[in-house]
Design a protein around this ligand. Structure first.
Ligand code: ADP
Length: 597
C-alpha cells in the first residue's frame, strides 16, 4: 500500500502574497541576537560619538545666550574671543565625532549585512530540491541581495537616530527648558496629536513595502529566466512578449514605491506642521515677556535656536518609523527563509558510513508525488565494485532511484541501503561523500579550468593532477584552449563543448575518488567521436567502484555487469545484456527498437 503524500510544491513556496506579520519587537530582537550583539562594543563606541555629535547642537544653542547678552548687547570685547573660540571648538568636535561614528557604523551595518547574506546562501543550499524546484533562482537571488540590503538601512536609520538625533533633541529641549519650561510646554503641545497618524502611516508603509519586495523578486526571477533562455527567446521572437511582461512589473513597482514614499514622508510632514504651530505659539506667548523686559534677548535667542536646531533631528526621527517599516518587510522575509528547515536532514544519531566498496540495495521502495506513484515496491541489488545499468522509458523512475540513494528525497515505504546500512542512518555529509555524480549537467563555474577541476583542493600535486587529467581525457583538448588549464571557462562553462564539460566532471570525480559512481545519461547528448572519448574516460573512472548508470542508449551499457529494466516505477527485468535478449521481453524490444533506428 503506497502512502499518498500531497505534492511538496505548495508548502515550499516562499513567496505567498501573505507573508506572516511579525511585530517590530520580534524582528528587532531576532536581528539583535542573530547579527548585532556580536558588535556590542563597536556599537557602544559609535553611540558615544553620535551622542557627542548630537549634544554639540545643544551646546551651540546654549552659547547664543552669552553671544547676544554679553557680546552684542553688553558690548563686552573680551567675551567675543572666548565665545568665538568655544563655538569653533563645538564645530570641530562635531566634525570629528561625525566622521568617526560614520565609519564605525558603516562597518557594523555592512558586516551584519554580509553575515546575513552568507548565512542565507549557506541555508538556501541546505534546503531540499523540492524547495528549489518551486522557487526560481532569480527570486532567491533577490532575497539574498535585495531583501538583505534592508538591514544596513535599518542600522543607519535607527542607530543614527537613537544615538545622534535623540541625544540632540533631548539636549536641545534641555536647553529650551533651562530658558523657560512654560515656553517649552507650549512648543510641545501638539506632540500627542502625532501618535495616531504615525501608527496608520507605519502600517501603510509595511504593507506596501512587502508588496514592493514581492514585485522585485518576481522581476529578478523573470530576468533570470530571460537571460538563461536567451537563445529560445530570440529564436521564438519572444523579445516583445518578455519586454511587455517586464514592463508591467516595472509599472506596478513604480506605483507601489510612490505609495510607500507617501507613507514614509507623512510623518516628517506632520512634524513640520506641528513645528510651525509651536513657533507661532511660543512667539505669541513668549514675545510679550521679551518686550516687557522679563526675559533677555539672549535667552530668547538661545530658546529659538534650540528649537530651530531640534527641528532637523526631529524630522529625521520622524522618518525612522517609515524606514524601519520598509526594512522590516525585507527582514521578515529573510527571517522566514532562515527559519525554514530542510525536510531531509541528518539523523540525530548517525551511524558510520560503510567503508570499502559497498553494494547498493533497494528494499521494496515506494515513493509518490501527490497521486503520481513514481517508485512501486522497487527492489534490486547493485553488486559491490560492479556496474549496474538502469534502463527504461522516460518517467520510469530511474532518476528518482538516484535521488533516494543520495537522499535528495526519502521514500514513503521501504529503504535504500549502502553496504547494508540504511541511507537514512548515515549523516548527510558522510552519505554524499560516498558518491561522485557525472551527469549531462556538469555544473561548471565562471572560473578557470584548473579551479573548476580542483574545486578548492590545495593538496593535489602536479603529478597527481596530470594523471587525473590524462585519465579523464582532459589533456586531449588542453592544447586547443588559449591558456590551457588557466583558461576561463565562462558562465556555466559556456566556453567548453558538451563533451569537454563532461570530461571536466569526470576529472572531478576521479579527484573525489569515491567508492560509488552515479552516471546519469552522461553521454547521450554527445556526437559519436566525443562519446567514444567520454566513454573511455568513464570506463577508467568506474574501475573498482560500485557504479550505477542511467542510459538511454543501450549500446553504452552492453557490457554492464547487470542491467535493471524499469517501467512505471517497477523493476520489470534484470540480468546481463545476453540474458535479457534471450528473455525476449521489455529489454529485447527496447533493444530491437533502438537497433532499427
Ligand atoms: P526517469 O529518470 O526514469 O525519466 P524520473 O525518476 O525523473 O524518471 O521521474 C519519474 C516520475 O516522477 C516522472 O513522471 C516525473 O514527472 C515525476 N517527478 C519527478 N520529480 C517530481 C517532483 N518533484 N514533483 C512531481 N513529480 C515528479
Amino acid at each position: 500500500m503506497i502512502t499518498k503524500r500531497p505534492l511538496r510544491r505548495l508548502p515550499d513556496m516562499v513567496d505567498p502574497d501573505t507573508t506572516p506579520d511579525h511585530s517590530s519587537r520580534t524582528l528587532l530582537r531576532w536581528l539583535w541576537r542573530a547579527y548585532l550583539n556580536r558588535h556590542l562594543w563597536m556599537l557602544l563606541l559609535a553611540t558615544f560619538f553620535m551622542a557627542l555629535e548630537g549634544s554639540m547642537l545643544g551646546l551651540l544653542s546654549w552659547m547664543m545666550k552669552p553671544m547676544f547678552d554679553q557680546v552684542f548687547l553688553a558690548g563686552d570685547q573680551s567675551a567675543l574671543w572666548w565665545v568665538g573660540l568655544v563655538i569653533l571648538g563645538i564645530f570641530l568636535v562635531r566634525a570629528g565625532a561625525s566622521v568617526v561614528q560614520k565609519v564605525i557604523l558603516t562597518r557594523i551595518s555592512q558586516q551584519s549585512e554580509a553575515d546575513m547574506r552568507g548565512d542565507l546562501l549557506s541555508h538556501l543550499m541546505r534546503l531540499d530540491i523540492s524547495f528549489h524546484q518551486v522557487n526560481a533562482p532569480g527570486t532567491l537571488m533577490q532575497r539574498v541581495i535585495g531583501d538583505v540590503s534592508a538591514v544596513s538601512q535599518v542600522w543607519n536609520a535607527i542607530i543614527t537616530g537613537a544615538g545622534r538625533d535623540l541625544v540632540a533633541v533631548i539636549v536641545l529641549f534641555g536647553v529650551a527648558m533651562s530658558v523657560d519650561w512654560r515656553w517649552t510646554a507650549v512648543a510641545l503641545i501638539g506632540v500627542p496629536l502625532l501618535v495616531l497618524p504615525s501608527l496608520v502611516a507605519q502600517r501603510f508603509v509595511r504593507r506596501h513595502s512587502r508588496t514592493a519586495h514581492q514585485i522585485a523578486a518576481r522581476q529578478s526571477g523573470r530576468l533570470d529566466e530571460v537571460f538563461h533562455g536567451i537563445v529560445p527567446v530570440k529564436l521564438n521572437r519572444l523579445e516583445k512578449y518578455q519586454s511587455r511582461h517586464y514592463g508591467k512589473l516595472n509599472s506596478e513597482r513604480v506605483e507601489i514605491e510612490v505609495r510607500t514614499s507617501l507613507g514614509k514622508a507623512a510623518i516628517p510632514g506632520l512634524i513640520d506642521a506641528m513645528s510651525g504651530v509651536s513657533f507661532l505659539g511660543v512667539l505669541i506667548y513668549g514675545g510679550g515677556e521679551i518686550i516687557s523686559g522679563e526675559k533677555t534677548v539672549g535667552e530668547f535667542m538661545a530658546f529659538f535656536t534650540a528649537l530651530g536646531f531640534a527641528f532637523e533631528p526631529l524630522r529625521r526621527l520622524g522618518t525612522i518609523t517609515g524606514v524601519w517599516e520598509a526594512a522590516a518587510a525585507g527582514i521578515e522575509r529573510v527571517m522566514e527563509l532562515l527559519a525554514r528547515e530542510p525536510i531531509y536532514k541528518s539523523p540525530e544519531n548517525p551511524v558510520a558510513a560503510p567503508t570499502g566498496t559497498p553494494a547498493i540495495t533497494f528494499e521494496a521502495v515506494d515513493l509518490s508525488y501527490g497521486d503520481a506513484e513514481v517508485l512501486r515496491a522497487t527492489s534490486f541489488t547493485a553488486k559491490a565494485g560492479k556496474t549496474t545499468a538502469l534502463v527504461g522509458p522516460s518517467g520510469a523512475g530511474k532518476s528518482t532511484i538516484f535521488n533516494v540513494l543520495t537522499r535528495l528525497t526519502d521514500p514513503h515505504n521501504g529503504q535504500a541501503l549502502i553496504g547494508g546500512v540504511p541511507v537514512t542512518d548515515i549523516a548527510l555529509t558522510d552519505l554524499r561523500d560516498l558518491f561522485s555524480v557525472v551527469s549531462q549537467d556538469a555544473a561548471l563555474f565562471d572560473e578557470t579550468l584548473r579551479e573548476n577541476i580542483l574545486l578548492g583542493r590545495t593538496n593535489i600535486s602536479d603529478v597527481d593532477l596530470k594523471s587525473v587529467l590524462d585519465a579523464a581525457h582532459v589533456t586531449d583538448f588542453l592544447p586547443h584552449l588559449p591558456d590551457g588549464l588557466d583558461t576561463l571557462v565562462g558562465p556555466r562553462g559556456s566556453a567548453l563543448s558538451g563533451g569537454q564539460r563532461q570530461r571536466v566532471a569526470i576529472a572531478r570525480a576521479l579527484l573525489r575518488d569515491t567508492p560509488i559512481l552515479l552516471l546519469d545519461e552522461a553521454t547521450s547528448a554527445l556526437d559519436a567521436q566525443s562519446e567514444a572519448v567520454v566513454q573511455a574516460a568513464l570506463e577508467r573512472l568506474s574501475e573498482g567502484r560500485t557504479t550505477l548508470v542511467i542510459a538511454h542508449r543501450l549500446s553504452t551499457i552492453r557490457n554492464a555487469d547487470q542491467i535493471i529494466v524499469m517501467d512505471a516505477g517497477q523493476v520489470v527485468e534484470s540480468g546481463t545484456h545476453t540474458e535479457l535478449l534471450a528473455l525476449d521481453k521489455v529489454y529485447a524490444s527496447l533493444h530491437n527498437m533502438q537497433s532499427s533506428t
